[in-house]
Write a protein that binds this ligand. Structure first.
Ligand SMILES: C[S@@+](CC[C@H](N)C(=O)[O-])C[C@H]1O[C@@H](n2cnc3c(N)ncnc32)[C@H](O)[C@@H]1O
Length: 237
């Protein structure tokens, strides 16, 4: 059974939104570095692919970007439009290049969406992305760092362990705890080399592959996140 992000859009939005910008949180460690890796977004058109319930849209718009958000789930798109009524959210129908042929796209963000898409589909999506991205544009990906974090339980995030896990396998992730917990059952397990291969096959070159870790000033309670960085950040051009 695939994860129905439409059914969990409300809880998911809560899990992924910081009360304040920044701070010591998984949101800051995972999504914020990807937002910052986009560079100065003022006046730029940013495609937020697998946008969820406008998790990043409002931040992007506040910083001067024009946002096009695509997501395969129509309920998620409804939620995104409610949370960020001033951006352009559309249901993705599988034809990216066709949908955006007449648009100019400066930057593409895939914030925790790459991991939800199996190889056969991501290959096709990446080729389309390469073709619509304007010259000098970049693709920024934030994903679970399964290679380092598989099986690790962090404070609000648990990458459930799968025996003999192989690249391409579906793995599960538990977000939050108690009655607000969200179980995601269809993330794809990938190692760093698998990301690089998929991107290069599609004509991208990988400019950076980083594992954001909490600074010393975050304190000792973030020791696990320093030892096994939970997130992977990729910049490709
Ligand atoms: C884990 S959520 C990430 C949402 C948001 N970008 C964030 O940073 O939290 C993954 C999103 O990708 C969407 N998605 C999954 N497969 C997709 C596909 N093939 N095409 C477009 N969107 C997809 C899901 O509906 C979901 O909203």
């Amino acid at each position: 059974m695939t994860t129905d992000y439409g059914a969990i859009a409300g809880k998911y939005k809560q899990y992924t939104t910081d009360q304040e910008e920044g701070g010591n949180s998984e949101q800051w460690l995972g999504r914020t570095p990807a937002r910052l890796a986009l560079g100065d977004v003022r006046g730029k058109v940013v495609l937020d692919f697998g946008c969820g319930p406008a998790t990043n849209g409002r931040w992007l718009r506040k910083n001067g970007a024009t946002v096009i958000g695509l997501d395969a789930n129509s309920k998620v798109i409804e939620a995104a439009r409610r949370h960020d009524p001033y951006s352009d959210y559309r249901v993705y129908n599988g034809l990216l290049a066709e949908a955006l042929r007449s648009e100019h796209v400066d930057l593409i963000l895939m914030s925790f969406s790459f991991c939800t898409i199996p190889d056969r589909e991501i290959r096709y999506i990446l080729r389309d992305m390469r073709s619509i991205l304007s010259k000098g544009g970049r693709l920024v990906i934030a994903d679970p760092n399964q290679e380092k974090a598989h099986g690790v339980k962090y404070r609000e995030l648990h990458y459930l362990s799968k025996e003999d896990v192989q690249a391409g396998d579906y793995v599960s992730v538990m977000l939050g705890s108690g009655e607000n917990a969200i179980l995601i059952t269809n993330d794809v397990y990938r190692r760093h080399v698998d990301y690089r291969q998929l991107l290069e096959e599609a004509g991208f070159s990988v400019e950076a592959m980083e594992e954001p870790v909490p600074g010393d000033d975050w304190g000792n309670e973030w020791a696990m996140e320093r030892m096994c960085p939970p997130f992977l950040l990729i910049v490709a051009t």
